[in-house]
Every structure is written in C-alpha cells, then in structure tokens.
Design a protein around this ligand. Structure first.
Ligand SMILES: Cc1cc2nc3c(=O)[nH]c(=O)nc-3n(C[C@H](O)[C@H](O)[C@H](O)COP(=O)(O)OP(=O)(O)OC[C@H]3O[C@@H](n4cnc5c(N)ncnc54)[C@H](O)[C@@H]3O)c2cc1C
Length: 527
C-alpha cells in the first residue's frame, strides 16, 4: 500500500468521494484503488469561505513503485507494528498504585509480559464511582476516597476524553490502538484531535481492567497505598489499607501512578526521604460560552453547521510581565464539573459526552505560576497554594459546594451588576457570585483580565460580556516532581517508579498512559 498525503475533501464526503479524490491525486481511476484506509483526518477551518477536511490515506493500487516515483504527495505506507513486550523474569509480582491512565497502561504491559501485576486503587470501580460522583454533583456529599480525581480510570474518567497530546512518542499509537481495541470509537486512530467522551471512556476502562485480569493481573479497589519499606537501598514491600485493614505485599517494583491529587502520597514520600521537588503549574477559572456562539465565531455565518463538529479552540498569550495565559482542556458541548477530592474545597474541571451535544462550550483560562510565586522553598509549597485557593473558594461561596462565578462583563467592569444572561453555568450543585480576587491571587485575576480582550481579537465570542467564569481551576498539572533518574526509578530508592502526571512526568491522558508503558518496560528490561 502507499500513503497519499494532503487530500482536500468537501465537508459532505463519503467513502466513494475519498476513493475518487485519492485516485485523481495519483492519476488513477477510482476503480483502480482496491482498498483504502484513512490514516489522518483534520478539519481546515482557517478560511471561513473554504472550510474542508484534509486527509492522509493508505491505498492499495497497481504499480505502486511507479506511482511513488511519479507523485510527490505519496510515500511508502508502513503499517503499525504492535509493541514487542519483553517476557517477565521478575522474582516478585510488581505493584502498581493508581488505576488512572498511567497505572492502567503500566499494569497492562506488565500483565502482557506475564508479570501478574497487583493494582492498588484507592477509589471504587467505574460503576460505583459514577454513583458517588453523581451524588456529589447533585447534593454536595463528597467521598474523599472516590470522586472525580480518585477511582477506576483516574482523573480523566469524567472528562472530555481528549486524546491529543503535545508530546511525541512512538508509543502514542500503542495507547490509541489499545483504547480502540477495548471499546473506544475507532476513529480515534485517525482523527487529528481524537476524543472519546466520558460515556465511552468509562466502558473502555472497564474492558481494559478485564483484559489485565484475563492476563493474570489483579485489580484491588478501595485499596489505598499507605506505606512502603526498603532493604539494602531497594524497595522491599508496600502496605495498603482496604476495609480498614492493613495488608503488606512483598515486592521489588512499585509503579507509583497516584496522580496529582494524592497529596497524602506527596507527604508520605517526604517522610520517607524520597526526593520531591517544587514544580511550576497553573491556576485560573473555567469560561463558558454558548456552543452556537462559538461555532459562529469560528466557522462564520454561512456554513452548513450540521456538517461540522462543535468548534473547539486553543489560545495562548504572553503578557508584558512575562506571565503566560492560555486556554486548557477545551470541552465542546460539555459541562463544568465539580472535581474536589478533599472536603471543604472547590475545584473545577470540564467534561463532555461523546456526542458533545451540550449547550455550552467550556475551557480553563490558566495563568502560569512558578516556584518564585510560592510562599516558601518547601517541596509542597505549590500543593499548599492550590489548597489555599480551593478552600478560599469554598468558604467565600458559602460553604455548600457551590462554585464562585462571575461574568466576563462584571470582571472587566463593563457591567456593574452580576447577572447571568444567555449563558447558564453548567456546574453542579450550583454557582454563586464571588469576585475572583476573593480566592485567586491578585496577579492571576489581573492576568486573566488582560488576556480576555487579546483572546477576543482571535475568537470574537471571548468578548461576550455574558460569558461566565467559574473557578477555581487548580489541578491542571502536578505541583511537584518526584525526581527520577535515567532508569525511571526514584533517585532516592531503587524499585520505586514515580509515574504519570502526579510524578510530574506527564500531563493529560495519553502522555500519562505513555509514561505508564515506559515505566513497565523499564521494570521488565532491568533484569
Ligand atoms: C475532569 C477532568 C477532565 C479532564 N479532561 C482531560 C481530557 O479531556 N484529556 C486529557 O488528556 N486529560 C484530561 N484530564 C487530565 C487527565 O485526566 C490526567 O492528565 C490523567 O488522568 C493523569 O493520569 P495519571 O494516571 O497520571 O493519574 P490519575 O488519572 O490522577 O490517576 C491516579 C490514580 O491513583 C489513585 N490513587 C491516588 N492515591 C492512591 C493511593 N494512595 N493508593 C491507591 N490509589 C491511589 C487515584 O484514585 C487515581 O485513580 C482531565 C482531568 C479531569 C479531572
């Protein structure tokens, strides 16, 4: 097969159109193409009067070598080859802490190698977790062990399930392929901006769990890692609590994929003398627009909107004082979700279903924070700042898990009173007006205020005074790095593999999953 790049397709194309256009691009007839596979599909909406799709395909044609020689837009097609997993020679069963993307993929690779990993996950399985999360969103009753951050699927389970990543790794394809094999929509394999949606993600995660178990792995829910021991400079065991009882597992390899919200784990590591460093992160608020307004801003007025996906965006500016402000985790047709994992705190984030059919579009507007902004040099100063903001938001908004909310008009001073208009906040259990300066650092609020008009010059609905801002968004990345060496082990303890977003080595579902695979391979190849 040959790869044909940069095919321009109309919005309403089908398989025949693809064949016809691909054939024309290489001087053939459509019937000369025996089979065709879409390798990449992206929407080009840069010119509002010429919105079209751009495809890369693999096609089976006669005289491939002649076509390859003659047409510059072609190259040889190299099919995906599955990751080769080394066979396990481990003496003890490896333990994986956390069943988010990093832990899931570490466990899957270890299971495929025959290492029979044991997974400890403090939260519940996806079905029980969904019930607990729904209860929190409806009535503000929070389970600190099982919520939007903790439980099967990790932090991304109630998310838009965006699978694009700014990182480059040949392992990304392995992650997407596994997800598609386990129930994710097959188009994630070729979309330029793949997404699963929380509904399909929860099913996919359960299927991967069953696959791990069928390969000899074990997944323990409600099992919280609380300690680990070392002997002769190497990890020798770890202890977890389940149903109030402590259990100890003898192991020489612990993948620590406990995420950015396990603050108790950061404290445990410090107490055990493990090197943990400060790390930059970001804070801000989530903005909501009407999706129809965003579609018009991005696509224009005269386009067949039914043929287009709900519009998305990504914006970033650098302010004169050096601070970066950017949009993050944009959720088309989504909702803002209560994402706290500790009592008396407010944390926002965003999620969508596969259909992305909600009335509002949301994204976080984040301001970069560096260790220079922290109160002191302690490794946990960033986590303390996050918590301070989350607590202030809770109490300033009345202490009932309502989130602080304002409008763009009120924040920028173009209207005097707070009043929601056409954009209704989607956050549950509800919102109440609070000036963001009551809970966010002054420099963060000022940075958002300066960035909004700059964003509006790029996407007009950012100038909408009725857009709502809900906060605080504090958990976009880890406030620490658990330092590891070239072997991916902690620099302080052999056999301890800090992994994924919480360790400060990944950000987002796919890069965390890739890091999980890397740690699993590092364990298997150490022997
Ligand atoms: C609402 C929301 C929406 C998001 N949307 C997206 C998106 O669309 N796309 C994207 O790429 N990213 C998104 N993210 C970010 C993404 O979810 C994270 O980057 C990713 O989940 C990090 O993976 P991880 O495995 O490193 O950690 P996590 O997913 O945080 O998983 C850590 C796991 O460890 C468990 N754990 C913690 N402590 C212990 C302990 N002591 N013992 C046992 N288990 C423990 C936790 O319960 C948790 O399940 C979103 C996050 C949230 C909260």
């Amino acid at each position: 097969m040959i790869k044909i790049n940069s095919l321009s397709l109309p919005l309403n194309h089908n398989e025949n159109t693809i064949k016809k256009i691909a054939a024309k691009a290489i001087g053939q007839r459509a019937e000369d193409i025996k089979s065709i596979i879409i390798l990449k599909k992206s929407l080009d909406a840069r010119k509002k009067n010429d919105i079209h799709y751009v495809l890369t395909v693999a096609a089976e044609v006669k005289n491939e070598n002649a076509v390859l020689k003659k047409y510059g837009n072609t190259e040889k097609y190299i099919p995906f080859s599955p990751l080769s997993v080394p066979k396990s020679g481990l003496k003890t069963r490896p333990v994986v802490t956390g069943f988010g993307p990093a832990g899931i993929f570490a466990a899957l690779i270890l299971a495929k190698a025959g290492a029979r990993p044991i997974v400890l996950e403090r939260g519940e399985d996806a079905d029980s977790r969904k019930k607990k999360t729904d209860l929190f969103w409806k009535s503000g009753i929070l389970d600190e062990e099982c919520n939007v951050q903790f439980g099967e699927g990790g932090a991304g389970a109630f998310s838009d399930g965006k699978l694009n990543t700014g990182t480059h790794s040949p392992l990304i394809r392995t992650v997407l392929k596994e997800l598609a094999d386990c129930g994710a929509p097959p188009e994630i394999l070729y979309q330029a901006k793949p997404h699963i949606g929380t509904d399909k993600l929860l099913v996919t995660v359960k299927n991967i769990r069953e696959k791990i178990k069928s390969l000899g792995g074990e997944v323990l829910f409600g099992a919280k890692l609380c300690d680990f021991e070392a002997a002769q400079g190497k990890l020798s065991s770890c202890t977890y609590v389940k149903n109030g009882e402590k259990q100890t597992l003898e192991t020489n390899n612990l993948v620590l994929a406990s995420g950015h919200s396990a603050r108790d784990i950061f404290r445990l590591l410090l107490n055990k003398g493990i090197t943990v460093e400060q790390k930059a992160f970001s804070v801000g608020m989530r903005i909501e627009h009407l999706q129809t307004d965003l579609n018009r801003s991005m696509y224009g007025e005269n386009v067949p909107l039914d043929l287009l996906p709900p519009a998305d965006y990504r914006l970033a500016v650098h302010l004169e004082d050096g601070r970066g402000v950017y949009t993050f985790c944009m959720c088309p047709g989504g909702q803002v979700v209560a994402s706290a994992s500790e009592k008396e705190t407010i944390v926002t984030n965003g999620m969508s279903y596969y259909s992305r059919s909600g009335e509002n579009a949301n994204s976080a507007i984040l301001v970069g924070i560096t260790p220079e902004d922290f109160a002191d040099p302690s490794p946990l100063a960033g986590a303390e700042l996050q918590k301070e903001i989350e607590k202030a938001a809770f109490f300033k908004a009345g202490g009932k898990y309502l989130a602080p909310c304002t409008t763009v008009g009120k924040l920028l001073g173009s209207v005097s009173a707070f009043e929601t208009g056409k954009v209704k906040p989607t956050y549950l259990p509800g919102t109440v007006y609070v000036d963001p300066r009551e809970y966010l650092p002054e420099y963060a609020v000022e940075s958002v205020k300066r960035a909004l008009p700059m964003f509006a010059r790029k996407i007009s609905c950012f100038g909408d005074v009725e857009a709502v801002l809900i906060g605080p968004e504090t958990r976009s990345s880890s406030p620490v790095r658990i330092t590891r060496g070239e072997s991916l082990e902690s620099v302080s303890l052999k056999g301890l593999y800090p992994c994924g977003e919480g360790a400060g080595y990944a950000g987002g579902i796919v890069s965390s999953a890739v890091d999980g695979i890397r740690c699993a391979i590092a364990i298997l190849e150490k022997i």
